[in-house]
Design a protein around this ligand. Structure first.
Ligand code: ATP
Ligand code: MG
Length: 481
């Protein structure tokens, strides 16, 4: 691989005390021979010298690991799970790597399905939990077929043009170098509970440094999404980017422009909806990535950094993070309303707020901003359409007199629209009294609600209600919503 891996493997790393997990220094198992790949051998951290306990590993993942081991295969817990366990965090999922080929994995588990077109991955299902088992990949097969990233020149075809899959799979020695950051490239060996570290991931995690494996610029060029992953892991883990890992980001940010929008949707969701949205947003700005992901938002935030729209965005991301921490649901619908809010205010000609109430003006502003955003990030319609509704409902909160106000309470999007209203009030875009009134209205018993809205004089700016003729009412029955 270009750039090689010799740099990060300075022996000094391994002579430092291993203070993150415990105070004893790491003892090294020495290797006499070179590894077949020509890369340096791994440092093996024995069970006694690291903090990963089986008690914190999913029992289903353990079952899969043990069964692979008992069938004579190598089996390791890999990736984010090892990193998170080492850091004392709760892993989101438990991925496994093995030298068993996908078909061999399938034979071992009844509850197993192979997925993927080129690289096969085995999914072993236990109720709601899926344990992903990946066969070690050969060197230079560049990531992630599920995201359509092409491998560079290492397809081997048979006489029918079919890929000979065997050439895609390799051994652990090869598997390690295709991973992105050193802290993501640790292998927990189920046969003796040790950690295999080829790239200095343990000391990097200990020092809370995010470091790209190999030459950072080459690795970002291979797959520009790694730039977003750098921002995401720095935010989620509170790691500092190693200077060599950070430097190319600023010049290569433009490469995000060519990433397929559907993949950017997945990555944006991971950045913003996984509990560290606010920190991710800050990293995206610092690293110069935001203008290539959300250009309108980046422009609005840069132009109006202290405007209520920008404050709403931050409060919205903080709320979302709090909901994730409290195990409450979060949706791309609300997220994108929050993310695009400063840009929509700007496009509607009211960058300092409040949101204009003219529906036509509003619709034009939303569609202009959303239209441009969709060229970068695919927001599926099932999120985009309700996002529009959420915003279009906002002017209706201004009309508090009469039963129409009560009907708003019944609207299927009321709850989300009300949450957005609360954010607008907290951000100083609208008078907090309006939000408080809607809060109180919901708390009132049914009968008192009617009194509350009928007692109110029509608001200034509110159009007087027209009396509809009977004949018109008959011709246009209310839509069933
Ligand atoms: P999370 O906790 O967010 O799931 P993770 O580290 O498990 O973090 P995943 O996206 O689930 O991240 O990927 C699993 C592993 O696969 C990573 O730890 C990394 O080793 C490798 N990986 C994933 N995507 C890439 C990529 N684009 N380039 C290189 N390696 C990758
Ligand atoms: Mg993961």
């Amino acid at each position: 691989m270009a750039g090689g891996l010799t740099g990060p493997l300075e022996a000094a790393y391994y002579t430092q005390p291993f203070v993150m997990v415990q105070r004893k220094p790491v003892t090294l198992r020495s290797y006499e021979e070179e590894t077949p790949s020509g890369h340096p051998p791994p440092v093996i951290v024995p069970r006694a010298e690291h903090s990963i306990s089986r008690a914190n590993i999913s029992s289903n993942a353990l079952k899969v690991l043990y069964r692979l081991r008992d069938a004579g295969y190598q089996a390791f817990l890999v990736g984010g799970a090892v990193r998170d366990l080492l850091l004392g965090l709760h892993p989101k999922d438990f991925d496994i790597a093995t030298d068993a080929h996908p078909e061999e994995v399938r034979k071992l588990f009844r509850n197993c399905r192979l997925i993927g077109r080129r690289f096969h991955l085995a999914h072993v299902r236990f109720g709601m939990e899926i344990i992903e088992v990946a066969t070690f990949r050969a060197a230079h097969t560049e990531a992630d077929e599920d995201h359509g990233v092409d491998e560079v020149g290492h397809r081997v075809l048979d006489e029918h043009g079919r890929i000979l899959r065997d050439n895609l799979y390799g051994n652990i020695e090869e598997d390690v170098w295709r991973r992105d950051f050193t802290a993501n490239a640790l292998y927990y060996n189920i046969s003796d509970y040790s950690i295999w570290d080829y790239v200095g991931g343990v000391p990097d995690a200990q020092a809370r440094v995010l470091r790209m494996i190999g030459d950072a610029e080459t690795r970002y060029r291979e797959d520009p999404v790694r730039m977003l992953r750098a921002a995401r892991f720095a935010a989620k883990l509170g790691f500092t980017l190693h200077p060599d890992t950070e430097a190319p980001l600023h010049r290569l940010a433009y490469m995000l422009d060519s990433v397929p929008p559907a993949r950017l949707f997945d990555e944006t969701a991971k950045l913003m909806l996984a509990g560290s949205g606010a920190a991710s947003f800050d990293r995206l700005i610092e690293l110069g990535l935001l203008p290539h992901l959300m250009p309108d938002l980046a422009a609005a935030v840069a132009e109006f950094p202290d405007a209520p729209g920008t404050r709403l965005l931050r409060l919205g991301l903080e709320n979302t993070d709090a909901r994730v921490r409290a195990d409450k649901s979060v949706t791309p619908t609300f997220l994108f309303a929050v993310l695009l809010w400063p840009a929509i205010l700007r496009a509607a000609g009211a960058p300092q707020g409040p949101l204009p109430s003219d529906p036509q003006l509003l619709l034009t502003a939303i569609d202009e901003v959303l239209g441009r955003q969709l060229r970068r990030i695919t927001l599926p319609k099932r999120f985009g359409l309700p996002m529009r509704d959420l915003i279009m409902l906002q002017p209706r909160f201004e009309r508090r007199s009469g039963r129409r106000a009560l009907r708003l309470l019944e609207h299927p999007k009321f709850r989300a629209a009300y949450d957005l209203l609360l954010l607008r009030a907290a951000a100083g875009e609208i008078d907090p009294e309006l939000a408080e009134w809607w809060t109180r209205l919901q708390e009132l018993p049914e009968a008192e609600r009617i009194a509350a809205v009928e007692g109110r004089p029509a608001e200034s700016g509110e159009a007087p209600r027209r009396k509809r003729s009977r004949s018109r009412r008959r011709r246009n029955p209310p839509a069933a919503t």
